[in-house]
Design a protein around this ligand. Structure first.
Ligand code: SAH
Length: 393
């Protein structure tokens, strides 16, 4: 029984264990030769070394991850299948966040849709495809999203560098409908401007929503807050809403600071902020003031596996510096979005940071990516965001 017109790839003996346990990536060195000539992004059926079906997926001979498995049954990865998977992802968000119009609707492998991310900003959807396989399915995905959401616009934010590993071009464009400029959205009673065409990632870091709420729960009226790597002001705005007297936003991007300022004005906090354009790695070296709460949300410091030890030293040093900016008994809210850095190593780097800064660090809360970015237990790679709040003395 084969799917007609669908190429076959064969796993080497022993390579099926991880896949049978629920992982959906098959590496090129786990496959029997032959797949190298297949066209990038094509659907394939995967069999074990005895010829027994493992599932169906898409192939990319140019990538280290040669196959992304979509399904354990012999199905056609077409409109009916994708419609059902999208509906399942949307139903989960409806279950977790009823009525929410600003959230991640589809989170790749965790939603059984390898390579696909869809963020919803009200009536605008922002799509990221990270694989050749998903690129080929985008026309169908776009139609299905139109069918389900009747959006005003769908933006393809396909300019992440991971696409280079797949040998696919980087671009960002409106794929459906039209978009005049930034989109105004509301989350947790705060207004944000999101710019899907010029912003970072899809426009907003939705993964930090729960972390922002957690921080806000420890803000007291009158607190002064330092928001390092602020982007459009997510953490600081939640702190201001919780009663903070003042937030100092720091980022190296002028566009980010402009958004943080605009978002502050939109929420009526325009008088309670300062903006600092600086390289945070340098900025933190000269503490000029002490704060009741310091937020440290750097970009991913580990870009590749080889880079992990250097990244951990980076987290240690940045956190050690940041701790000095907290007043006695002040709070440090710190994050790492490096998927390659394991939470245990990252927590170790925080312990070392406290030693280095000669501070006592007590953890009072820990978190990670928001629930609309579920972590697939059988695929640790789907967990990337780590977050901790500590009291510094
Ligand atoms: N805290 C933000 C997200 C931060 S994303 C939120 O809640 O939305 C990381 C940010 O770090 C980006 O805005 C980027 O412009 C900024 N950045 C990257 N490298 C930097 C550097 N060396 N110094 C200062 N900012 C930097």
């Amino acid at each position: 029984m084969v799917l007609s017109g669908v190429e076959m790839v064969k796993l080497k003996a022993g390579a099926d264990k991880r896949i049978r346990d629920g992982h959906s990536w098959i590496f090129s060195n786990e496959l029997v030769d032959g797949f190298q000539s297949y066209e990038s992004g094509r659907p394939v059926q995967v069999v074990d070394h005895k010829g027994k079906l493992i599932g169906v997926g898409t192939v990319n001979p140019h990538s280290l991850i040669a196959v992304r498995l979509f399904c354990r049954e012999r199905v056609e990865i077409g409109q009916a299948f994708l419609r059902q998977r999208i509906a399942r992802a949307v139903a989960l968000r409806e279950r977790l966040l009823p009525g929410e119009r600003v959230c991640r609707l589809i989170y790749g492998e965790s939603d059984g849709l390898p390579g696909l991310i869809v963020d919803r900003y009200g009536d605008v959807l922002v799509v990221q495809s990270g694989t050749a396989g998903m690129d080929r399915l985008l026309p169908i995905v776009t139609n299905l999203l139109v069918e389900s959401f009747s959006p005003r616009a769908i933006v393809m934010a396909n300019d992440a560098s991971v696409r280079e590993l797949e040998g696919i071009r980087l671009y960002r464009e409106v794929a459906w409908g039209s978009l005049g400029g930034p989109v105004a959205v509301e989350q947790d009673g705060l207004r944000f401007l999101v710019d899907p065409l010029h912003g970072q990632k899809t426009g907003l870091f939705l993964d930090q929503r729960w972390s922002r709420l957690l921080l806000a729960s420890f803000i007291r009226p009158g607190d002064r807050v330092l928001d390092l790597f602020c982007y459009s002001g997510g953490f600081g705005l939640y702190a201001l809403k919780a009663g903070a007297a003042h937030v100092t936003f720091v980022d190296s991007s002028q566009a980010a600071l402009d958004m943080a300022a605009e978002n502050s004005r939109l929420n009526g906090f325009g008088e309670r902020i300062s903006l600092v354009k600086a390289d945070v790695f340098e900025f933190v070296k000269s503490p000029s003031e002490r704060f009741d709460a310091v937020v440290l949300d750097p970009p991913a410091l580990a870009k590749g596996r080889k880079n992990v030890p250097a990244a951990l030293r980076g987290y240690r040093d940045l956190n050690a510096r940041a701790m000095v900016w907290a007043n006695n008994g002040g709070i440090l809210a710190t994050a790492s979005c490096s998927g390659l850095v394991h939470v245990d190593s990252w927590l170790d780097s925080l312990r070392e940071a406290a030693q280095k800064a000669q501070k006592t660090l007590r953890f009072i809360a820990r978190g990670g990516q928001s629930p609309d970015h579920p972590v697939l237990a059988s695929m640790p790679e789907t967990e990337y965001l780590k977050f901790a709040i500590g009291v510094i003395e």
